[in-house]
Design a protein around this ligand. Structure first.
Ligand code: ZN
Length: 678
């Protein structure tokens, strides 16, 4: 499970450099020496391309640097997989775009060329022809005739079917559709199911596999595509060496084997060996064994996320997107946030959940601040800022989970921020001042509470299947909302002041201001006019905010104010809002614990999906004043091994490239292992 930037978008982004206050007890990566670093490389369309640094890299031992390098190479080896998972024509389209950019000899200027380059960059950024966040297909703003000319002049070809996929807006218009009125499998272009397979068939297929009351259910469907076999029966094409995506996984295994040789400890070595075995066999039990081993490896400095992990790209929440992230622990920052981890049981005991839904014993949450040193697949160029894994509920319950905040990513967001949205959307000066003083820390605490306490809390009633089975397409947004509610409930708790992680309750209030402001107003700027909300996190931010607004109306907990034609939401009673968040948390936990699909659906559909068109229009208009593009992602640092005469690695240097397209082309040349069609 991951936390993206957006819950805190417009908050910490506004903090001045070095806005992290030492007196709060939160020590963030020291960046005073890096003021010269250029954080933003470029903007195009609705995208900002940023850069990040890896503090602490030079302090790593040679062995740790080698380990990072091998893990990063293993991760990059699978980059093509994410492209193919996103859409079946993505790889062949990307290769045509790469070829044109490299080979085209005609005029490389003018409106058409500029529009072509905008399209190409947008496709690179989203690992395919659908927007990484809205899931809408990118619309080329140049003619098909012009594009066919580019192809011809560059010696590239695309079939008529692929050209139609690019240029006909009605074909495969949505990567992931969560539209309740549609068959979400048929309506989604994502390449997890053959075109002729519908939602009911998928559910029937997995209902036969999933055993009721299984205390350790396998992650069915996590590493395969579901297709119709020659006999008309559905069957899984498993991602493994020798199977689907075999060429990329084989390359990945090659690097993982080198990583095994420089593992930091026996536990890490064992986990890496299991990952290799899993890539080779595709066996789901091995995937679980790997995750258990990985969770237990808590003493390393270099850690990683690798495999088919997050399930947001599957409308039914079963199939994992390929992801890679290399992590370097930040010991100082981790230590200061440790206190939340140590008090996980207190948070569970004191939560507003029904007694039967509380965990008697919260096990082993490991929380760390890390700096990422390299990301690929689902984690790049757009990246999460917090991740909590593994996803399997039973492993989390029996063995615990690892939760990370990506400190250097948050830092890069902070430092690259442009024009303030605070003046535009805050109700009053007090709210602006509070955000400036506390929003950065509030964002950090929200992430920590969401990941460490939130996802780890609560339990499912005996005999009830997991949420992917019971809550289906609503599982992701309900889980993210539940974790947000845990964070919101505790971020205004005096216990956090007592624990020394925040100086006073103003921090919590600023989180409430920001959450409501974002959930009801600011996030709408990311939605095109006339659209409803589809993305799971955006949905949950709205259903949490809109539900609290409505339930608190009678007591004027949150008051809607219209001034000069602009809408604002002003929180008048923070304590009562906290009670409302607690009430909603108890209900959402009940929905998860009892698998109450109808109640979950009603909550999301009634509060999280539809937007008020008038307010939406107004927000888009107000947001025109913001010069900063609403989405951001990163150019990755490049790890360059230094070798001696015998080819032995003596050091690994980090370089920070500036040119986004150049990196994309380099990846296409050096880290591409899949054929055009899988
Ligand atoms: Zn989450």
């Amino acid at each position: 499970m991951r936390r993206s930037l957006f819950p805190i978008l417009t908050l910490p982004l506004l903090m001045a450099c070095g806005g992290h206050d030492d007196t709060t007890g939160t020590d963030m990566p020291d960046s005073t020496a890096t003021t010269e670093f250029q954080w933003e490389a470029e903007q195009f369309g609705d995208i900002r391309v940023l850069r990040y640094q890896v503090p602490g890299w030079d302090q790593l031992s040679l062995q740790q640097k080698q380990l990072s390098y091998y893990l990063n190479m293993a991760g990059l080896a699978g980059r093509d997989i994410m492209w193919d998972q996103n859409y079946r024509h993505n790889l062949v389209i990307r290769r045509a775009l790469e070829k044109i950019i490299k080979e085209y000899k005609g005029t490389r200027s003018g409106v058409d060329w500029d529009e072509f380059m905008l399209y190409a960059k947008s496709v690179f950024f989203s690992n395919g022809i659908h927007h990484h966040y809205s899931n809408d297909k990118h619309t080329p703003t140049f003619s098909q005739g012009y594009f066919e000319g580019l192809l011809k002049e560059s010696g590239a070809t695309l079939s008529p079917e692929v050209l139609t996929a690019m240029f006909d807006p009605s074909v495969d218009a949505k990567k992931v559709s969560l539209d309740a009125d549609k068959d979400v499998v048929l309506a989604s272009a994502v390449n997890f199911y053959s075109d002729d397979i519908n939602e009911k068939e998928v559910e029937a297929f997995y209902a036969r596999m999933e055993k009721k009351d299984d205390p350790r259910p396998l992650s069915y469907g996590i590493n395969s595509k579901l297709v119709r076999g020659a006999d008309g029966q559905l069957m899984e094409q498993v991602y493994k060496v020798g199977g689907m995506y075999g060429a990329a996984l084989e390359e990945s295994v090659k690097w993982l084997e080198k990583a095994v040789g420089v593992a930091e400890n026996p536990q890490q070595k064992a986990a890496l060996e299991l990952l290799i075995q899993y890539y080779r066999t595709g066996d789901l039990k091995t995937w679980d064994d790997f995750n258990v081993a990985w969770v237990k490896d808590t003493t390393n400095t270099v850690d990683y996320i690798l495999g088919f992990v997050e399930v947001y790209n599957d409308p039914l929440g079963k199939r994992g997107s390929y992801e890679a992230c290399v992590e370097v622990n930040d010991p100082i920052a981790s230590k200061n946030m440790h206190v939340i981890m140590e008090n996980a049981q207190w948070f569970e005991d004191n939560s507003p959940l029904l007694p039967q839904h509380k965990k008697e014993k919260v096990v082993g949450i490991t929380y760390r601040f890390i700096n990422t040193a390299g990301e690929a697949g689902d984690a790049a160029p757009s990246t999460p800022i917090g991740v909590n894994l593994p996803n399997a509920d039973w492993i989390r319950k029996d063995h615990g989970s690892k939760s990370v905040s990506l400190g250097n990513i948050s830092d890069a967001y902070d430092k690259s921020s442009g024009t303030s949205t605070l003046e535009l959307f805050c109700h009053d000066q007090e709210e602006i001042d509070r955000a400036k003083a506390h929003a950065s820390l509030a964002g950090i605490l929200h992430t920590a509470l969401h990941e460490v306490v939130g996802h780890a809390s609560g339990k499912i009633e005996p005999g009830i299947a997991g949420p992917d089975v019971t809550l289906k397409s609503y599982a992701s947004t309900l889980e993210e909302g539940r974790a947000d509610l845990v964070a919101l409930y505790y971020v205004l708790d005096p216990k956090l002041v007592e624990l020394g992680v925040m100086p006073n309750l103003e921090v919590g209030k600023s989180e409430y201001d920001g959450y409501i402001r974002n959930g009801l107003l600011v996030q709408l700027r990311r939605l095109k006019e006339g659209k409803n909300i589809e993305e799971a996190h955006m949905r949950n931010r709205q259903w949490v905010s809109a539900w609290a607004y409505e339930k608190g109306k009678a007591d004027s907990v949150i008051v809607k104010v219209v001034r000069d034609g602009n809408t604002y939401y002003d929180i008048r009673d923070y304590e009562k809002l906290r009670v409302l968040f607690g009430d909603l948390l108890r209900e959402v936990q009940r929905i998860k614990s009892q698998g109450d699909y109808e109640a979950g659906k009603a909550l999301v559909e009634n509060y999280g999906v539809k937007v008020d068109p008038a307010i939406h229009r107004e927000v888009l208009k107000r947001a025109e004043a913001i010069k900063t593009a609403p989405y951001a992602g990163f150019i990755q640092p490049e790890m360059v091994p230094v070798m001696d005469a015998d080819g032995k690695i003596t050091d690994v240097k980090l370089e920070y490239p500036m040119d986004f397209v150049k990196q994309m082309l380099m990846y296409g040349e050096k880290h591409s292992f899949l054929p055009d069609v899988n």
